[in-house]
Design a binder for this molecule. Structure first.
Ligand SMILES: [Fe+2]
Length: 502
C-alpha cells in the first residue's frame, strides 16, 4: 500500500511541477492524511520554490497541530513527528465548501473566487513543455513566436464569414483576443466560458493582426497516473437522488436493495463484500424546488422528509459506512459548493451516516472518490454540442479535462463566492461520482472511473414535461481494489445483474 501511495504522491507533485526530496516523502508517508498535506504544500510553495523539502513538510505538519511526541521519544532533538500512518476505511480529503466569503462586497468576493480558480488551474499548466515561452498576457511581444499564455475564457465569438473563433482570454493582469482557426486541432473541443486553458500563440508579421492559436492545452488528467486503490477487495455501492418524501420514491426497489445488502438476495457473497454506501445528493425531494411540487409530495414537511431518510437508511445494515453529499433538492444553500446539512436535519440520521459538503473528496479503504451532485449538467449539456442527460459521463469526461466541475458563472448553477474555488478537481480521484441526471452511466477516462449513479425515484410529471426519461434503481457496486464494477437493476423488484461490468 505504501508503495502505491508513494508513487501516487510523487505523481501528484510532478503534476504540480514540484520535486519532492526523499526525506520529505518519507515524512509525508508517516502522516495519516498525506494527500491533504501534499495539497497544502503545493499551495504554500506556489511561485516560491519548485522543491518540497523535509523542513517544509515539518512546518505544515506543525501548523496542523498533529500529535507530537517528545524530543527524547522521537530520538532526534526538535523533530516533529506525526502519528504513524494507518489505512482508514473512511478518510476525508477535502470538502468543496470552505466557509463564508472573506470579502463583504460581492464583487471583491467573486474576484477572490476567480483568482483562486485561476491560480489552481494555472499551476497545473505551468512548466509543461507543450507551452513554450510562457508569459503573462501583459508581457506579450508581437515578435516572439511561439509564445504561450494561460488564460480564463471570458468570451467566445465566431467570425461572421469564415467561422473562426475569437477568444478573449484573461489572466490576473491582462486580457487578449486570440484567433482559433476553424478546423484547426485547437477548435475540436468547444471552449466554455470561465474555463482555464493554455494556448500557444503565433504572431503575424503584420503587427495589427490578432495572434493565432497554434495549440491548446487543458489542465487534464495526467496519462498513466497511478491509482490509489484499496489493498483489499472490499466494495462500495453508489446511489443517488433518493428523493425521499416524493410520491414517486421507489419504496419496493429500496426494500429489495435493503434485502440484498442484508444478504437475503441472490448474491449474498457480493453483499458481504460491501462496506460503504455513497449517495451523490438529492437525499430528499425538498419543498418549493419546482412549480407545484406539492402535488408530487408524500411528505410536505422538509424536517419530516429527513426523519424518513433516517428511517430508510436505518433499513440498510448498520455496519455500512454511508457517505452522502447534498444536491439541489436538499435543504441547504443552493449555491455551489454547498455546505453539509445542518445538525437539526441530520440528527435523525444514524451514527454510521456522514453528510459532507457538495462536492467532497474522500478515500474509502485508500481509493480516492470525489462526489459531486451534478447541478452543472444543466449548464454544460446545452453548452456542449452533442451532450445529453442520457450520456452524462461524456460531460464528466469534459469536467476532468477542465479539472473543474462547474466552470460557467451566471447561468443555472449558482456559484458561491468563497475564497477557495472548491469546484476545482484536485487531487484527481480514482472514482468521480455524480447524480442529478436521473439516468445511469459508467465510463472510464485515463484510469478514472466515471459513474453517474442512478436515482431511486420513478418518473415525475415534471420530468415528463422536461423530456427526461429516468433510468432508476440501478446500484453500482465497485471493487475498491480493482475499480471493477457490477450493476444490479432493482427497478423490477429482485435484483438483476446487468452486463455493464465496465
Ligand atoms: Fe434529483
Amino acid at each position: 500500500m505504501d508503495g502505491e501511495l508513494r508513487s501516487h504522491l510523487v505523481h501528484y507533485f510532478e503534476e504540480n511541477h514540484k520535486l519532492v526530496e526523499a526525506a520529505a516523502l518519507q515524512l509525508l508517508l508517516t502522516d495519516h492524511q498525506p494527500l491533504i498535506v501534499s495539497r497544502e504544500l503545493v499551495e504554500r510553495s506556489s511561485g516560491v520554490t519548485p522543491f518540497v523539502t523535509r523542513e517544509m513538510v515539518e512546518a505544515v505538519l506543525a501548523n496542523r497541530r498533529l500529535p507530537r511526541v517528545s524530543a527524547e521519544a522521537a530520538g532526534t532533538a526538535g523533530l516533529v513527528r506525526a502519528a504513524p500512518r494507518r489505512v482508514l476505511p473512511f478518510e476525508l480529503i477535502l470538502e468543496g465548501f470552505s466557509g463564508p466569503p472573506v470579502a463583504t462586497q460581492p464583487i471583491a468576493a467573486y474576484q477572490a473566487l476567480f483568482h483562486s480558480r485561476f491560480q489552481a488551474l494555472a499551476r497545473m499548466l505551468r512548466g509543461r513543455p507543450s507551452l513554450p515561452n510562457l508569459r503573462p498576457v501583459k508581457e506579450l511581444r508581437g515578435t516572439e513566436s511561439p509564445t504561450s499564455i494561460v488564460g480564463m475564457v471570458r468570451e467566445v465569438r465566431e467570425t461572421p464569414q469564415r467561422h473562426h473563433l475569437i477568444l478573449t482570454l484573461d489572466d490576473e493582469a491582462g486580457s487578449v483576443d486570440v484567433l482559433v482557426p476553424k478546423g484547426s486541432p485547437g477548435s475540436r473541443l468547444p471552449f466554455l466560458p470561465d474555463e482555464v486553458v493554455g494556448v500557444v500563440l503565433q504572431f503575424s508579421r503584420e503587427p495589427r493582426r490578432i495572434p493565432r492559436v497554434a495549440a491548446v492545452e487543458r489542465p487534464e488528467v495526467p496519462a498513466n497516473r497511478p491509482i490509489g486503490r484499496s489493498p483489499t477487495p472490499r466494495r462500495a455501492i453508489f446511489l443517488s437522488d433518493l428523493h425521499i418524501g416524493s410520491r414517486s420514491f421507489l419504496s419496493d426497489s429500496w426494500a429489495h436493495l435493503a434485502e440484498f445488502l442484508h444478504g437475503n438476495g441472490p448474491h449474498p457473497e457480493l453483499a458481504a463484500s460491501i462496506d460503504h454506501v455513497v449517495i451523490a445528493g438529492d437525499l430528499v425531494d425538498g419543498i418549493g424546488i419546482y412549480p407545484r411540487q406539492e402535488r408530487d409530495l408524500a411528505i410536505s414537511d422538509v424536517v419530516e422528509q429527513y426523519a424518513e431518510l433516517g428511517r430508510r437508511l436505518a433499513q440498510l445494515p448498520p455496519h455500512l459506512t454511508i457517505v452522502a453529499v447534498p444536491g439541489n433538492h436538499d435543504a441547504v444553500c443552493p449555491a455551489e459548493p454547498q455546505p453539509a446539512l445542518s445538525a437539526n436535519l441530520t440528527k435523525a440520521l444514524g451514527p454510521n451516516v456522514r453528510i459532507l459538503a457538495n462536492p467532497s473528496t474522500f478515500a474509502l479503504d485508500g481509493a480516492v472518490i470525489e462526489a459531486y451532485h451534478g447541478r452543472s449538467f444543466d449548464d454544460l449539456i446545452p453548452a456542449l454540442p452533442g451532450a445529453s442527460y442520457a450520456r452524462p459521463t461524456e460531460v464528466m469526461r469534459r469536467m476532468l479535462q477542465m479539472r473543474h466541475l462547474a466552470p460557467i458563472y451566471g447561468d443555472r448553477t449558482p456559484l458561491a463566492p468563497l475564497p477557495r474555488d472548491g469546484l476545482v478537481i484536485d487531487p484527481v480521484p480514482d472514482i468521480l461520482v455524480t447524480g442529478h441526471a436521473h439516468t445511469y452511466g459508467v465510463d472510464r477516462y485515463r484510469g478514472v472511473l466515471l459513474l453517474n449513479a442512478s436515482t431511486w425515484q420513478a418518473e415525475t410529471e415534471y420530468q415528463r414535461m422536461r423530456n427526461i426519461s429516468p433510468v432508476p434503481a440501478r446500484a453500482a457496486i465497485v471493487d475498491l481494489s480493482t475499480l471493477g464494477l457490477v450493476t444490479l437493476d432493482f427497478s423490477r423488484g429482485a435484483p438483476v445483474t446487468e452486463g455493464a461490468a465496465a
